[in-house]
Design a protein around this ligand. Structure first.
Ligand SMILES: Cc1ncc(COP(=O)(O)O)c(C=O)c1O
Length: 408
């Protein structure tokens, strides 16, 4: 199956792929360029240029911390959420398994136990699967219900005395399902207070209220700048003060030695500026802006024959709808949307240009065919309520053409 097609900014009139990335807006680009011209030193240098870059770096950290409601020193800048998830999982659990080096050790030792949700992003799932294969950890996968929400009691029953890490994402990127992360963290810690509770909160930033995060029992959370309209290749890890974590890279003291290496100053400035914008344009305003598009699109989909919507969009984030059309390949739908200048995305797992059935939909109980042919629409500033009828029209025409080839 062909993966999502990205068109250029000029040829795309409607962009409804915000969960994949939020396009850079011109005003933001200009603000970053102006800042980068001023702050292009190495933040570790002692001279004036370095000191200025350091100030810009710490300003950005304060802006991200303000959005998260945490302390600045609890923000670790990374290259994105893939790295943030890897840093926590390997830094908390994977490294412990390294001490068991011989087969007899592995047999007799009680490996660190890790629990993750069945619908996690591949940057969590693929990593823990590899660590389990290499006998660095013992892995349990917590099931979800038909709407993609973790079964609370099932997850808590998996926690045992050897559990070191639980990772449950806050918002699913494919379906928009929101997990009861704070309640899960409470229940997990009540059973084993030593567990590190991590959440991949990439799709939550700017979309739902996350001001409770720092005062909850969640120990760490992963974020990605480009999902909120900053440059790509920058992200953050919220790491609660006092959490123990082994760095993945060695050789420098940057980020308090939790992520050594010269910082991506332009990216971090960009992330900081977008975080500042979001503090003044809170998630509640975003919800009010995006929900009408979602509701209008659901109504429009209801008028197209064979459309089945997955999960419970009304209970999830306001911009996302995931669906399939019976007997119509997701590829056909995406290609025709793309030809009409509408950028949407396949719901299936997509990397290196090859589509695989979505593990998220499969965990929710859908068939392989549905998991391979689902489509995700995620609204935002360049594609919203005003574009719904055009998107629905293209979908409807495509469905008619595919199902009755002589028509249209
Ligand atoms: C839920 C989720 N986690 C992690 C990532 C990876 O983020 P990044 O692109 O910053 O590595 C993404 C990006 O698609 C995501 O949606």
């Amino acid at each position: 199956m062909r993966c999502e097609m990205k068109t250029t900014r000029n040829s795309t009139q409607i962009y409804v792929d915000y969960n994949s990335t939020a396009p850079l807006e011109d005003a933001h680009l200009e603000a970053v360029m102006a800042a980068v011209r001023q702050f292009d030193g190495n933040p570790s240098s002692q001279h004036a240029s370095g000191r200025r870059a350091k100030v810009a770096l710490e300003d950005a950290r304060n802006q991200v911390a303000a959005l998260l409601g945490c302390r600045a020193q609890e923000v670790v800048f990374t290259s994105g959420a893939t790295e943030s998830n890897n840093l926590v999982i390997q830094g908390v659990a994977g490294k412990q398994g390294e001490f068991f080096t011989t087969p007899s050790d592995v047999k007799s030792a009680r490996l660190p136990h890790v629990i993750v949700g069945a619908t996690e992003h591949p940057s969590v799932l693929e990593l823990v699967e590899v660590l389990a294969e290499r006998r660095r950890i013992r892995l349990s996968i917590a099931p979800v219900d038909r709407n993609g929400v973790i079964l609370h009691d099932a997850l808590v029953s998996l926690v045992d005395p050897d559990t070191v890490l639980v990772a449950v994402m806050l918002v699913n990127n494919e379906t928009g399902a929101v997990q009861p992360v704070s309640a899960l963290a409470d229940a997990v810690k009540a059973k084993n207070s030593a567990v590190h509770f991590h959440t991949d909160a990439v799709q939550a930033m700017g979309k739902i209220d996350i001001s409770w995060l720092a005062s909850s029992k969640v120990d760490s959370a992963a974020f990605s700048g480009h999902k909120i309209g900053s440059f790509k290749g920058v992200g953050a890890l919220y790491l609660k003060s006092g959490s123990k974590l082994q760095a993945l890279t060695l050789g420098g003291g940057q980020e308090r030695a939790r992520r050594p290496g010269t910082e991506n100053v332009p990216g971090i400035i960009s992330f900081g500026l977008r975080a500042r914008d979001l503090v003044s344009d809170p998630a509640k305003a975003w919800l009010e802006r995006e929900r009408p598009a979602q509701l209008a699109f659901l109504a429009a989909l209801g008028r197209i024959s064979g459309v089945k919507v997955h999960g419970d969009p009304g209970a999830g984030i306001a911009n996302t709808i995931n669906f399939h059309v019976e007997r119509v390949a997701g590829d056909d739908l995406l290609l025709n949307l793309d030809l009409a200048g509408i950028a949407a995305s396949s719901g299936s797992a997509c990397s290196s240009g090859v589509g695989r059935p979505s593990h998220v939909l499969k965990a929710m109980g859908y068939s392989d065919w549905i998991a391979l042919n689902s489509v995700r629409i995620s609204f935002g500033a360049r594609g919203g309520a005003g574009d719904v009828s055009r998107i629905a029209e293209v979908l409807e025409q495509t469905v008619k053409r595919v199902l009755s080839p002589g028509v249209g």
